[in-house]
Design a protein around this ligand. Structure first.
Ligand SMILES: [Zn+2]
Ligand SMILES: [Zn+2]
Length: 183
């Protein structure tokens, strides 16, 4: 700021006074209004500093990328829910089909048990009855082994939508030096 030789109009108060030129806006101010002008610039700098601080805070928050993490958590929760539902359905079907299958065998077995009790009570039997009872037990035992024919089939296709992280960010160029502005 160089002192002017002649009195000129101050940009702020419009009075003819000794004025000083502001290098930034090229306007001329009287001593009082120059101080005022400087104060306004000072306030603006503080405002910018505030915004910079806020941005710094935002940067630190974004490092964790909370929105992305939230989406991953949502996917995790949904996927678990889908798997649990599938497991519940399969358990229900497994129990139902096993129970139905065993119920038929149990009916046959109970019938045979009744026959044994009868024979035992009457005390009237020979090899023919004994052979029959032995063979029937072998038969229901073999039938019960068929339970292993109810089994789990695994599908190799993906049941849950798979996710992965992709980035299409291109690095931008910044002006890092204030000194370049004055060239
Ligand atoms: Zn003035
Ligand atoms: Zn200025």
């Amino acid at each position: 700021m160089a002192m002017a030789n002649n009195k000129t109009h101050c940009f702020t108060c419009n009075k003819e006074k000794i004025t000083f030129r502001c290098e930034g806006c090229s306007k001329r101010f009287c001593f009082m209004d120059l101080a005022e002008h400087k104060q306004i610039l000072n306030d603006e700098l503080n405002h910018i500093i505030n915004n910079y601080d806020q941005f710094k805070q935002t940067i630190n928050e974004r490092k964790q990328n909370p929105s992305l993490i939230k989406q991953i958590n949502q996917w995790e929760t949904n996927s678990i829910e889908i798997i649990q539902q599938k497991a519940r359905d399969c358990r229900e079907i497994a129990i139902k089909s096993s129970q139905t299958f065993i119920y038929d065998i149990e009916k046959k077995f109970n019938n045979l048990s009744e026959q044994i009790k009868e024979i035992h009570k009457e005390n009237e039997f020979n090899e023919i009855e004994l052979n029959y009872l032995k063979n029937q037990l072998i038969e229901v035992t073999q039938e019960l082994n068929n339970l292993s024919k109810i089994s789990i089939q695994q599908d190799s296709q993906l049941f849950i939508n798979e996710i992965s992280i992709i980035s299409s960010i291109k690095k931008s160029k910044f002006t890092f030096s204030l000194s370049k502005l004055h060239q």
